[in-house]
Structure formats: C-alpha cells, structure tokens
Design a protein around this ligand. Structure first.
Ligand SMILES: Nc1ncnc2c1ncn2[C@@H]1O[C@H](COP(=O)(O)OP(=O)(O)OP(=O)(O)O)[C@@H](O)[C@H]1O
Ligand SMILES: O=C(O)c1ccc[n+]([C@@H]2O[C@H](COP(=O)([O-])O)[C@@H](O)[C@H]2O)c1
Length: 213
C-alpha cells in the first residue's frame, strides 16, 4: 500500500508544543500514522542554534518518547554541510522509490520564505508540502510570482497527498499555537515560567543542562 510518509524538519532549539500539537492534529485530520521529526544540523537560513545538535536531538527524543505518532530521523544531523532540504528530500525520494507519496511539513512562516530556499523549485518534484497554521503570518506570498507558484500547486483535497507521489501544497486547518522557540529562550533567560509551552521532560533537560540562561 502507498502509505503517505511525512517528514517534519526543524531547528527545534528547543522543540515545543507549537511543533507537536499542530502536527498531532494534522495526523488525525488527514490520516497519518507516523510523522518523522528531522532536526537539522546546520540550519541554512538562520544563525546557528544555541543548543548543540546532540542537545536538540536529545530534547526531541524526550518530547516524543510517549508519543508513538512520532519518530526521529538523524540524517541531517550526520551531515556537516548546510542542511538543505532540497538535498535531503532528493536522497529520501531515491530511497523510497518514484511512486511512494512523500510530504514535508512546515509552518506558515516557512511557506513565506520557501521561495528563497536552496533549489526550492526541486522540492515539489520529490514531495508534497503540508503547511500548518501559525498565528502572526499571512497566508499569501509576498510577491505575485510566488503567489502564482503557490496557487499553481495548491490542493484543497487531502486525498491528493495520498494518491500522488509529490507536487501538491496543502494548507491544513490545524489549531493555532502562539509559541516559538525564540519566545521560550527569552522567557528562560529572564527566569520566567514555560510550563505551558513545552513538555515537562524537555524543560527538565533544559534546566539540568543549564541551557538558554
Ligand atoms: N507555533 C507554531 N505553529 C505552527 N508551526 C510552527 C510553530 N512553531 C514552529 N513551527 C514550524 O516548525 C518548523 C520548525 O520550526 P523551528 O524549529 O524553527 O521553531 P521556531 O519556534 O520557529 O524557532 P525560532 O523561534 O528559534 O525561529 C518550521 O516549519 C516552523 O514553521
Ligand atoms: O533548504 C533550505 O534552503 C532551507 C531554508 C530554510 C529552512 N529550511 C528547513 O526548513 C525547516 C524549518 O526551518 P526552521 O529554520 O524554521 O527550523 C528545517 O528543516 C530547515 O532545515 C531549509
């Protein structure tokens, strides 16, 4: 059976409920039995993370240890070069064969910058894009050409994600979570409470390792 495989990439510095909860809702909505979380090693478009790759991986492992929906993929952590998604998805496609349905999950903010990504135009040849809602970001692209690109690939039918191997963009109706890793790092630096923002196991790890102080 051609079961849709979904990868969720990120910096996860640290992983938080704004990552986990929309994707859990998405999985229920469109019928995903597994989502593979893939921390990057060298984020291509942002300053290097505060926590090391090992620490970010350990926090993801703690966050998903009681959630069978999620698995961890370490392929980008093993690469020292910038973690270009286009390169990762090309390798994943070669592994999975030409007909398997593959998807890369992102938040709304990532959709807006997507046309600036390394070889972004190749990404939809290898996978679908599933976009989770995120408060504070528009759902329209900044310029007309990018908006046209979005509309050319858009589908409102989740079945397309399961029946086609790649090439569609699906704007999922996931719940909004006003949480970012930046907010968590800032709150921790000020010694403020973050209990509602990320799993207790991850918060304990942060405290034990003196991160984000
Ligand atoms: N609250 C959220 N709602 C929906 N998607 C999110 C949310 N937070 C992060 N994402 C998505 O998760 C992926 C990984 O995000 P990332 O690890 O950069 O987290 P972040 O909170 O945006 O981090 P930072 O504040 O350090 O930039 C991205 O595609 C991002 O759009
Ligand atoms: O390949 C790129 O050029 C590229 C540019 C920006 C972001 N990405 C990837 O998109 C995912 C979300 O990015 P971020 O920075 O929000 O964690 C993560 O897997 C990044 O490696 C990839």
């Amino acid at each position: 059976m051609n079961q849709l495989q979904a990868l969720f990439g990120g910096t996860f510095d640290p992983v938080h409920y704004g990552h986990l909860k929309p994707v859990e809702a998405l999985a229920n909505q469109i019928g995903l039995s597994r989502v593979i979380i893939m921390p990057n090693n060298v984020p291509p478009h942002r300053p290097q993370p505060e926590a090391t790759s090992e620490q970010r991986k350990a926090m993801v492992e703690l966050a998903i240890s009681d959630k069978p929906l999620f698995a961890l993929d370490e392929r980008e952590l093993r690469r020292e070069s910038p973690s270009y998604t286009a390169q990762t998805l090309q390798a994943w496609r070669e592994e999975q064969g030409p007909t398997r349905s593959l998807a890369f999950i992102i938040g709304q903010d990532s959709l807006l910058t997507f046309p600036t990504w390394h070889h972004y135009e190749t990404i939809l040849n290898n996978s679908h894009l599933i976009v989770c809602r995120r408060p504070g970001y528009p759902l329209a692209m900044e310029n007309e050409a990018d908006q046209q690109w979005l509309e050319d690939h858009l589908t409102h039918n989740a079945d397309d994600l399961h029946t086609l191997p790649a090439g569609k963009i699906y704007l999922a109706e996931t719940p909004w979570f006003n949480i970012s890793a930046t907010l968590i790092r800032e709150r921790l630096e000020r010694g403020e409470n973050c209990d509602d923002l990320l799993p207790a196991t991850v918060l304990n790890y942060i405290n034990q390792h003196g991160l984000y102080r």
